[in-house]
Design a protein around this ligand. Structure first.
Ligand SMILES: [Zn+2]
Length: 222
């Protein structure tokens, strides 16, 4: 695993998908449907996945992945079973489900969209434990950790509304040089008050990521 987590799974700049069927990508890796009607669906309805006794999220993993890649994705999903009350189950004709697909880059929609919901994990560069957790957290309603409030009208969960401290170690935190034109020299995110603090180096969900998740989904056991 390279140290430069921020660029490990993110394109250098917000991009328009290469394929005409690809969604618009904002904030590095958050997919948006093009068209005003769908521009901000999460402001109009609850984008959490529904809970019964426990949250249940059907998933389907594209057969294009190798067994090794499939295993990494499954282990990423199981990590949620071990630390939260969400449960991923194999898709069985369910209406709403997550579809892991090797598209262009690593990206995910924000919150439950309804129907087949793609999480793109490109085979070259995206199939890593930390990236699986990151993109799944987007799909389950979490935005990036850093404050995007001044340019963010699509957030459905302001992570810090969940009453946890700002978390530099969050798996949802960009690296210091994310989107930088000169990687390693021109930081785009400078932590305060200590500009040398390590950010964006997460290899898995932090303790606070898990706390937030369990608060959002009302997991009672943690
Ligand atoms: Zn992201």
């Amino acid at each position: 695993m390279a140290m430069n987590f921020g660029l490990m799974y993110l394109p250098l700049f917000p991009t328009l998908g290469i394929d005409r069927h690809d969604p618009l990508i904002l904030f590095g890796d958050i997919a948006m449907e093009t068209g005003i009607r769908n521009a901000s669906p999460c402001t109009a309805r609850d984008c959490k996945w529904p809970k019964s006794r426990n949250g249940v999220v059907p998933v389907y993993i594209s057969s294009s992945y190798t067994l090794e890649e499939r295993d990494i994705i499954i282990k990423g999903l199981i990590s949620f079973h071990l630390s939260t009350c969400i449960q991923f189950v194999w898709w069985k004709q369910d209406q709403d489900y997550l579809y892991f697909h090797p598209g262009n880059g690593c990206w995910s929609y924000l919150g439950r969209r309804g129907g087949q919901q793609v999480i793109s994990l490109q085979q070259c560069g995206c199939v890593h434990h930390v990236t699986v957790q990151h993109e799944v957290l987007h799909a389950l309603g979490f935005h990036h950790e850093q404050n995007l409030s001044d340019r963010d009208n699509v957030t459905i969960v302001e992570n810090n509304n969940l009453m946890t401290p700002y978390d530099y170690t969050s798996v949802m935190h960009y690296g210091k040089y994310a989107f930088s034109k000169d990687y390693g020299k021109l930081p785009t995110i400078i932590p305060k008050p200590d500009s040398n603090v390590q950010i964006g180096g997460a290899r898995q969900m932090s303790r606070l990521d898990i706390v937030r998740f369990n608060r959002l989904y009302y997991c009672s056991f943690i």
